[in-house]
Design a protein around this ligand. Sequence first.
Ligand SMILES: C[S@@+](CC[C@H](N)C(=O)[O-])C[C@H]1O[C@@H](n2cnc3c(N)ncnc32)[C@H](O)[C@@H]1O
Ligand code: SF4
Length: 417
Amino acid sequence: MSIITTLTRTWLTRTLRPFTFKNEYDQVLPFAECENLGLYVHIPFCKSVCNFCPYCKTLYSKELCDKYIDALIREIRLVGSRQSGKKEATSLYFGGGTPALAADRIGEIIDALSEHFVITEGVGLELHPDNVTPDVLQTLKDAGVTKISVGVQSFRSKFQEILGRKKVDASAMASALAAVPFETVSMDFIFALPGQTYDDLKSDIDAAFSAGANHVAIYPFIEFTFTDSPVPTMPKKEKRALLDAITKYCASKGYARASIWTFTSAPDANYSSMTRDNFLGFGCSATSLFKKQFKINTFDVGSYCERIDSGQLATSLTIRFTKRQRMIYWLFWTAYSTKVKASDFERFFGVPLKKAYGFEFWLAKRLGFFTEEDGVYQMTLKGAFYYHYYENFYTLAYIDKMWGIMRNEAFPKRIEL
Ligand SMILES: C[S@@+](CC[C@H](N)C(=O)[O-])C[C@H]1O[C@@H](n2cnc3c(N)ncnc32)[C@H](O)[C@@H]1O
Ligand code: SF4
């Protein structure tokens, strides 16, 4: 466990108590009382598996994928039927893995969700560049998908080789996207790869917007301990120079920063499954966040299907938050949007932000991480870099540790972070 994350956690949660996840769960989930609820569906299949990727995924087979989706629909009914009427949900995101591999069954999943939820802000779904064909895009659009996100990583073959992926055909992608338009077309890129320069990233961003994207996500490369990627991470100084340069470039082109990692060329383009006060996740490895708890489903496809087939939820671990733990979780993900509104915090927790974390926000302003106007804290360029920097420790201390265990054990007894 990183000393930095332990000290930060102790300071901000005002206790030595770690985040404790236990092998226990509620059969009835408390989402009916949650406002601003997002929905997430995980589809863990890929045609080939990338060695740097930490997500819960397995090799695609039509038979296994169909069996999994049958279980997924059962899980949706199991959870949804425990509330009366339809619950409003802001958004629905399909992540993976590569959910576009199940394009012909996405409509069925959306229909099952629509029996219990009213989705008000559209449906997003992730694709591999190979899936960006007019046929797949049309099937997704007919099913109700309104936003797509394509895992490009880089248009430059040099970096695709480093990542062990194949070259992306930008012009085939552009013509498919022109034939079947979506409200948001996002493209994922990875930055801080060995030898990557400002020009490399700039040309990727330009290529994305000219191939039909109106939103880009630029993820810092993270080396997870349980993956066997040979790619080394870039030193801090170089990384900061690259991130600052690319942020300034996007600003000079008029691309708004929508979150720490994302930029848009259209004001209404958005793609984010993370910045929700509460969310409900379905499928293996999917997480759910409620007012007082966070739960995570098993990572094992076979155990997931077995649990659901026996009429039980596939929850592997649950953490019941203390108030301060929940506040920190909320602040971390709200800050990800680069803006924290004191009024939103008070609405959610019933406590003024100044009373709960007045000193910390004063300090963050003094250190130049935020500016403040009328209770709205806006993250600066410096703040965004340090968020990135800290996020790396957080990922390694929390996500890496948890996912490392969950990949090997379907139902671990307890995890302390
Ligand atoms: C589920 S994948 C996207 C869809 C599809 N499976 C694909 O790869 O094209 C999600 C994204 O996570 C990012 N990602 C995966 N491993 C990463 C790592 N080690 N560090 C940073 N980003 C990573 C990639 O940009 C990838 O596009
Ligand atoms: S990066 Fe995408 S295609 Fe590669 S293993 Fe991860 S989810 Fe699958």
